[in-house]
Design a protein around this ligand. Structure first.
Ligand code: DI6
Ligand code: FE
Length: 404
């Protein structure tokens, strides 16, 4: 992929575009920001002489936002894919020392440059499809130095690719083997040493935990949240993937940005999320990989007006997904989202799940120039095709990159 700082500037007047509703539109970029957007006949006189970019009738959308990924890790877990095909469950694999623990071993063995290189290849796939902002979690290091290594790679990726990265500290992802039987002590380490140190180094944008019977309890999760909030760091939660332990209501009480997975979620959890403005992040890739049959409560979330985001949950175990558009397709096919819901789910609601609602996920004057020009007739095609990549031109952080 071409080095970001050698890409051409997107400054100028972009014409011959169509908005998502099909209406003709134009937009002006200056100094890497959208200065104006509106109908082609209404371009303000001050911009009329700006250099022109011919959109050739393309459909324009905001840059896509992938709001839940575990992109940085060592190795891969194709062996577990085969084990599951032979009948093993995710929990059985985890209890047998596979699962997250096996990625922890491979991540600890990898050097920072090696992690950067492997994550770069995956990131390039997502960027080529129009992703302009992405969340990257730690959680495969599980010690101060090893979590630092993952988070540093996340920061380096942002620099190298000119992509907005939100780095999430997921120290409470799994119990590292050296703390077997001592989960309280490990949570002490997460709260009292790892989190403050990594926060002081500017490596944390949010804190996450895995609240599940194979991971951490509600009480342990709450300790992590309290530590995060005492440092002023926003929180989010992996909750309700395998069972409903009441994680969503706890997360909502702590003003969480998002609650993710939530296949198992009670009405009380939904009501609490609505009251706190917490985004429901749907992860159809994990649902599909695990051949889950317990659907998230889409109808109840919709009825309550909880914003629904859709993400890849890219990780080597349960969702080795490298296409956010495929996730939009699956959110429609498997979860019965409407196409507009799925498109909001990979743009504005995903931005909100990252606390980026004022800068990403919507096309509006004053925002950084992140948008995608698609060679498609109809916005529904974004969720309709799968197994390929629509042709597109990407403007990311004010520079023009070619998609497919
Ligand atoms: N939920 C997930 O989807 C990933 N982590 C988590 O807490 C899966 C992580 C893995 O299996 O490696
Ligand atoms: Fe996840």
């Amino acid at each position: 992929m071409q080095a970001f700082d050698t890409l051409p500037s997107a400054d100028g007047l972009w014409t011959q575009l169509r908005a998502i509703d099909g209406a003709p539109c134009a937009l002006v970029v200056a100094n890497g920001r959208i200065q104006w957007i509106g109908p082609p006949g209404a371009v303000p006189a001050e911009h009329a002489g700006a250099p022109r970019h011919d959109g050739a009738g393309a459909l324009v959308t905001p840059g896509l936002v992938d709001c839940h990924t575990h992109l940085v890790y060592g190795g891969q877990r194709a062996n577990e894919f085969a084990m599951r095909l032979a009948g093993a469950t995710y929990e059985e694999i985890a209890r047998a020392g596979g699962g997250i623990a096996s990625s922890v071993r491979a991540t600890r063995e990898a050097g920072e440059d090696e992690l950067f290189a492997s994550a770069s290849r995956r990131l390039e796939q997502l960027l080529a499809e129009g992703v302009c902002a992405i969340e990257i979690k730690s959680g495969y290091g599980l010690s101060l130095e090893q979590e630092r290594k993952q988070l540093r790679v996340a920061r380096r990726l942002a620099q190298a690719y000119g992509v907005t990265v939100r780095a999430t500290f997921l120290g409470a992802h799994a119990l590292p083997p050296e703390y077997a039987g001592r989960s309280g002590e490990y949570i002490d380490l997460v709260c009292n040493e790892m989190m403050p140190a990594l926060h002081a180094e500017g490596l944390i944008d949010a804190v996450d935990a895995f609240c599940e019977r194979i991971a951490f309890t509600l009480e342990e999760t709450e300790r992590v949240f309290k530590a995060a909030r005492s440092l002023g760091i926003p929180v989010k939660l992996h909750a309700g993937q395998l069972s409903d332990m009441g994680g969503a209501a706890l997360a909502a009480r702590h003003g969480a940005l998002s609650c993710d997975h939530i296949e198992h979620l009670s009405q009380a959890g939904i009501d609490a999320m609505k009251a706190s403005g917490t985004v429901a992040v749907l992860l159809p890739g994990a649902y599909y990989t695990l051949r889950d049959t317990h659907l998230p409560p889409i109808e109840a979330l919709r009825a309550a007006g909880v914003p629904m985001a859709v993400s890849t949950d890219h990780n080597p175990g349960t969702s080795p997904a490298l296409s956010l558009l495929l996730m939009a397709n699956m959110a429609c096919t498997l979860f019965r989202l409407t196409v507009p819901e799925a498109l909001d789910g990979i743009t504005r609601h995903a931005a909100r799940a990252l606390g980026l609602q004022d800068t990403h996920g919507v096309l509006a004057a004053g925002r950084p120039a992140n948008f995608v020009l698609w060679k498609l007739r109809d916005a529904a095609e974004l969720a309709y095709w799968f197994g390929g990549r629509p042709q597109c031109t990407i403007v990311r952080q004010g520079r023009v990159a070619r998609g497919n």
